[in-house]
Design a protein around this ligand. Structure first.
Ligand code: GAF
Length: 367
């Protein structure tokens, strides 16, 4: 790996990679013990690593163009927190993590809501587990990567992104029950049906992401408390309608209806009716816009323009307040839809969007 050779003057012992993701449907359901349906992107973070004899980690990041070094007493901030957090969480879990040199490069777009941080955590975790020969089953890894992000990097995320980065399979979407952590790999080969999932990076500046995300999470927990259930996974549309506070009721309604949309999407995909998931995607977007209030004008404009240009369905993907929109389109219509969104952006004076067709790809692996 050339980045490792440039940073440390020798080939690494091994090279590992973990992808970014998009979420087909199921937004803000993960931390409510609900259902999600992400798939991994071909874009990934690659880590070359070699062991050191002492408990010290030296990390070169090509994108940050920076080398950091830390030991067990260092409190790391910035991008390095996603590396140091993984070392910390593995040690917390009782593993003897080897000291290491690591070189990192990535083509997961940063700040686009495609889980570049989960890709980094998952790539580093997979590398350190393999390097140290640690006995950590794959299905237990996402919870540790999530804990690193929650408790070391300070982002109160759920378990979806790390699960997608670690557990996805090529050609499939990952149907994850965020309570049991059971997964089902749902075949999602849109190309053979003449379809494409267009990812439109709205390039909208992320606004108050962590603060608003934390507020949504707290409101959902409050709703569950008021309803006397362990999590909103256990609420129903009729129990939610009894909540007297308008904001709390709408937030909870989003989660409960979104869980059902994931289940309905999975049913359609199981029977090969891919085009029919379009209306569920579009209702998911309306719910995020009107009930959960996590969309922004650039995102709504992309969804409206994609639908007007013939998309079967369109929705924002990820945590919200910017990021990417997914549109399910006929493969040969993808350029037309992308152009229609770009034209709508020009008319409103927004920064030009960037689009690509997503191919469901594999999760974390040794290369
Ligand atoms: C972000 C979080 F990291 C996920 O855990 C999830 O909650 C998502 O937003 C919203 O569905 O990506």
């Amino acid at each position: 790996m050339k980045q490792f050779v440039a940073a440390f003057g020798a080939e690494p012992e091994g090279v590992w990679a973990a992808p970014g993701r998009v979420n087909l449907i199921g937004e803000h359901t993960d931390y409510n013990d609900g259902f999600v349906l992400p798939f991994a992107l071909p874009h990934r973070t690659v880590v070359g690593a070699s062991r050191l004899d002492s408990p010290r980690w030296t990390v070169w990041s090509e994108q940050a163009d920076e080398r950091i070094s830390f030991d067990l007493s260092t409190r790391v901030t910035g991008w390095g927190a996603y590396v140091a957090g993984v070392v910390w969480v593995l040690r917390e879990a009782g593993f003897d993590v080897p000291g290491a040199q690591l070189a990192i490069t990535s083509d997961v777009p940063l700040g686009a809501g495609l889980s570049s941080s989960a890709a980094l955590e998952s790539a580093v975790l997979t590398a350190l587990v393999d390097l140290g020969g640690l006995d950590l089953p794959v299905d237990e890894r996402p919870a540790l990567a999530q804990k690193a992000e929650n408790e070391y990097a300070g982002m109160p995320c759920g378990i979806m992104d790390q699960s997608a980065s670690i557990r996805c399979r090529a050609g499939h979407a990952l149907f994850l029950d965020c309570r049991s952590l059971d997964v089902e790999h749902i075949p999602f080969d849109v190309a053979t049906d003449g379809l494409a999932v267009l990812v439109i990076d709205t390039r909208a500046p992320h606004r108050h992401v962590t603060g608003e995300y934390g507020k949504r999470r707290a409101t959902c927990e409050e709703a569950a408390r008021l309803l006397g259930v362990p999590a909103l996974r256990d609420a129903t549309p009729s129990s939610v309608s009894s909540l007297s506070d308008d904001v709390i009721r709408r937030r909870a309604r989003h989660v409960v209806t979104e869980d059902q949309r994931v289940l309905d999407t999975v049913e359609l995909l199981r029977s090969g009716r891919i085009r029919e998931i379009g209306p569920l995607m579009t209702s998911s977007h309306a719910s995020m816009r009107d009930d959960f209030e996590i969309t922004v004008p650039e995102v709504d404009t992309a969804v409206e323009a994609a639908l007007a240009a013939g998309a079967y369905g369109a929705r924002m993907t990820g945590g919200g307040f910017g990021g990417c929109v997914l549109a399910l389109v006929d493969a040969d219509a993808a350029p037309v839809v992308a152009d229609a969104v770009a034209a709508a952006y020009r008319a409103k004076g927004f920064t030009p969007p960037e689009s690509f067709s997503a191919i469901p790809s594999a999760g974390a692996t040794r290369l």
